[in-house]
Design a protein around this ligand. Structure first.
Ligand code: GUN
Length: 291
């Protein structure tokens, strides 16, 4: 079997196009233009790149964006004051605090401060709590996990009743993905670095989501024939033959797993583009909620 490639680039482009259209319609109707405020604390180069691409996406789609960069030495209370200001700014519909925060900050206290109406990252503890509870609806769902579910839905494979295994339990991806899969009525196993005999667990998966940050960890013999594979990993590996001296690979050994799975996301071009597309979608939704 050679797996179908799940095209995240294409799906993300469709979502962005739909957002851009709706933003243009809002402008034409004299409604508010959705606005995203980003808060970046410290100078982590990867975070700087991510935040820049979020602003670029806003610009391309016609959303307003407001950038706030604070030094890592900023006292916690000053960051909280900034979030309060953004909560009260009517031009700002979504607030994104780039994670991780530098050492010394209380992430929990910061995320608790973000207005639930502007929590476009879906990381407010109340939104995560609602995600974990039956019959509750979070105002927003975290972007990468929401993107994972959208990608799964494009395969036409039903999630309900399937065995889903999530490798990794981070607050940003693994745990919310597991919670979303439970909401989709999958039977979900969450595994992590302390799990024993990972391959025997992943081989039970009809749907396997890998989000551990370990280059090509999932091998062909970890995968049940016909499984659907979503690879969230983005790992740099040295490659002197590449222009930049490195190449990007996922948490899944793509070439060999492709021969076993029925569908698989590539890296790059799978989950990656979905994160920003879902963020744009959430920011539009926040503006609609504020109407
Ligand atoms: N760091 C890595 N991914 C994310 C994300 O989706 N949102 C935020 N705020 N920080 C991140």
């Amino acid at each position: 079997m050679s797996a179908t490639i799940i095209d995240g680039k294409k799906l993300a482009a469709e979502i962005r196009e739909e957002v851009a259209l709706k933003v243009a319609e809002r402008r034409a109707a004299g409604k508010s233009v959705p606005g995203l405020a980003t808060v970046l604390v410290g100078e982590d180069p990867a975070s700087q790149v991510y935040v820049r691409s979020k602003h670029r996406a806003c610009e391309k789609l016609g959303l307003n964006s407001f950038s706030h960069a604070l030094p890592a030495t900023t006292p916690q209370h000053q960051l909280i004051e900034l979030i309060d200001e953004l909560n009260n700014d009517p031009r700002v519909h979504g607030i994104l605090v780039q994670l991780p925060l530098p050492d010394g900050f209380s992430e929990e206290e910061v995320l608790l401060k973000v207005s639930l109406k502007k929590d476009v990252d879906g990381f407010h503890p109340i939104n995560i709590g609602k995600l974990a509870q039956k019959g509750r609806t979070p105002s927003f769902v975290p972007c990468t996990p929401a993107g994972v579910i959208e990608l799964l839905k494009t395969t036409g494979v039903s999630i309900e009743g399937k065995n889903a295994v999530v490798l990794g339990r981070s607050n940003i991806v693994g745990m919310p993905v597991a919670l979303l899969l439970v909401r989709e009525n999958a039977t979900v196993t969450s595994c992590h670095s302390r799990s024993q005999d990972l391959p025997s667990i992943t081989r039970t998966a009809d749907i396997l989501v890998a989000s551990v940050g370990k280059a090509e960890m999932v091998r062909a013999d970890w995968v049940k024939p016909g499984a659907v594979i979503i690879d969230v990993g983005i790992n740099h590996v040295d490659d002197p033959s590449a222009e930049k001296g490195y190449r990007l690979v996922g948490d899944v050994a793509f070439d060999e797993v492709r021969a076993v799975a029925s569908a698989i996301t590539p890296v790059p071009g799978g989950v990656g583009p979905m994160t920003i597309a879902m963020l744009m979608h959430n920011t539009l939704k926040a503006a609609e909620l504020a109407d």
